[in-house]
Design a protein around this ligand. Structure first.
Ligand code: GLC
Length: 536
């Protein structure tokens, strides 16, 4: 779809978009096999459009042995049969585009599955042309300065493969051998993959784990110059195929390293702001905006054609890699008191349970997400406040079936067995907590979110405006001013449980409340918030 959005005639659609992460397997099962699928998602597109979603991000849809929920790909140019066919995917693109929505999917550049034919050929024969697709060692002693990411399961980034007679390099699970980006054939193979999907009409990619493409002795093997050179080449290629295609990158790094992924506006269009995310939760826990303020002060300005992706939760653990050890411990104690709630360097819980299912705090978190900076990404199910199941291993506790209604299996599937159990407890269980019930209740989280997202769409400065945090004396107040050439917007958020009264030094003008008709006297209830337009 090439039409620029109405609010931004320049066509930088992603600067105003609401993203929604779809876990396809969890969303809607159309054929009763217990797994969500593409035809199922197509049936739910109206729901997503009505929520105000502009772009769907699909977790990996490719054939995979699923040792990492599809992030271990065994065929980059196919659809996992459990999800449907390539024709189903084309239909999804058509149907989404007809509704004014775009679709991007995860593209895993860094590694394949160990079941991928490239790896199978590589390990079987030292002389195979595919041997050079991976990173091998006789000793497994190289690159000692590279950290281990999946600290709970992996003890080394090298694993000995008896068939190959050598160690292979992997930054994630040992079932995910890293590709060797020093190989021109690998570099080209990934361009070919991108072309395959762009030719089908896809609107871009969420670029999985980009920091780790190259290895160099004596470095952390992250964010290397070679990686940026390749990503720029990838961008040029993608842009040539489709000038509107989006690269949304998952570099989980500090702001000063992340900024490199935007290049001069010639690398990734967007990157998730990983350091900001935990600080939103930290500020809520402390009733103090300082953590948010500090990280934003450390956040460099982006090239004009770029955008941050912001989020509260996603399919992974709430990662605490981008905080100090002291803050990490505080966050674990506060938000993950039980060991089962922790995973690697993070917290494997969903949004609503993290915020104790408190409607005021859940809405406040969304107010911050929708007004601070960047384009917000919602995680499926969080729009109805779904719960998690900490008894499921790994990150599966936040990947349970979508709760559509109160019928058996939450209306997700007609199958007697599901890929994962539905949540059925008294608080978060599907009998009480589901889309159908929330659609009928005007005060539900779902209907509230639909309204605030619709409001945000009317005010493009929430997407492309500059951000100024106002220096309010009261540390519990987070006051953000967003300005573009035509609009001045203000969002005030009370991070504390107690009501707060405060004053703001504002430019002359009249404040028009955007969310309801509250007077603009800056009296906020506990966890209250308000958005305004400042009229001249
Ligand atoms: C990304 C994904 C995560 C996956 C990892 C390895 O971080 O978000 O789910 O496990 O990459 O592919």
């Amino acid at each position: 779809m090439k039409t620029p959005s109405k609010s931004n005639p320049q066509g930088l659609w992603y600067q105003h978009a609401i993203f929604y992460e779809v876990n396809l397997r969890a969303f809607y099962d159309s054929n009763g096999d217990g797994h969500g699928d593409l035809p199922g998602l197509i049936q739910k597109l109206d729901y997503l459009r009505d929520l105000g979603v502009d772009c769907l991000w699909l977790m990996p849809i490719y054939p995979s042995p699923r040792h990492d929920d599809g992030y271990d790909i065994s065929d980059y140019c196919g659809i996992d049969p459990v999800f449907g066919t390539l024709d189903d995917f084309k239909q999804l693109l058509d149907e989404a585009h007809q509704r004014g929505m775009r679709v991007i999917t995860d593209l895993v550049l860094n590694h394949t599955s160990d079941q991928h034919p490239w790896f199978q050929a590589a390990r079987a024969d030292r002389n195979s042309p595919y041997r050079g697709y991976y990173v091998w060692s006789d000793t497994g002693q190289e690159y000692k300065d590279a950290r281990i990411i999946f600290t709970d399961t992996e003890t080394s980034n090298w694993t000995f493969d008896p068939v190959a007679g050598q160690y292979f390099w992997h930054r994630f699970y040992k079932t995910q051998p890293d590709l060797n980006f020093d190989s021109p054939a690998v570099q080209q193979a990934m361009l070919d993959v991108a072309k395959f999907w762009l030719d089908l009409g896809i609107d871009g990619f969420r670029v999985d784990a980009p920091p780790y493409l190259f290895e160099r002795e004596g470095t952390s093997c992250e964010n290397l110059p070679e990686t940026h050179t390749y990503l720029k080449k990838f961008r040029t290629f993608v842009e040539f195929q489709n000038p509107e295609a989006l690269l949304l990158s998952e570099a989980n790094q500090w702001p000063e390293d992340v900024i490199e992924y935007f290049g001069n506006g010639d690398e990734m269009h967007m990157n998730f702001h990983f350091p900001l995310m935990p600080r939103i939760f930290q500020s809520l826990a402390l009733a103090d905006r300082a953590p948010i303020e500090e990280i934003l002060a450390r956040t460099p300005a982006l090239p004009a054609n770029c955008q941050w992706a912001t989020f509260l939760r996603c399919h992974d653990e709430l990662t605490l890699e981008m905080v100090t050890p002291e803050v990490r411990q505080f966050m674990w104690n506060f938000y993950a008191p039980e060991p089962r709630m922790r995973l690697n360097m993070g917290i494997r819980r969903r949004l609503a349970p993290l915020l104790e299912n408190d409607p005021a705090r859940i809405r406040l978190a969304h107010s911050i997400l929708l007004t601070l900076i960047g384009s917000p990404t919602l995680y499926y199910g969080d729009e109805i406040g779904m719960g998690d199941n900490i008894w499921l291993e790994d990150r599966n506790g936040v990947r349970t079936p979508m709760q559509w209604n109160a019928s058996p299996n939450a209306g997700f599937s007609a199958s007697p067995t599901l890929y994962a159990p539905v949540i059925a407890d008294d608080v978060y269980g599907y009998r009480r907590l589901n889309v159908e019930a929330q659609e009928k209740d005007p005060d539900s989280l779902l209907n509230w979110l639909r309204r605030v997202i619709a409001t945000r769409r009317l005010y493009p400065a929430f997407g492309d405006g500059t951000l100024t945090l106002l220096p309010v004396q009261n540390p519990a107040i987070l006051a953000c001013m967003r300005q573009n050439g035509t609009q001045t917007l203000l969002a005030v958020n009370n991070l504390s449980a107690a009501p707060q009264t405060f004053s703001l030094d504002l430019p002359d003008g009249k404040l028009k409340p955007l969310l309801d008709d509250q007077p603009a006297d800056f009296n906020l209830p506990g966890y209250g918030f308000q958005w305004y337009e400042l009229l001249p």
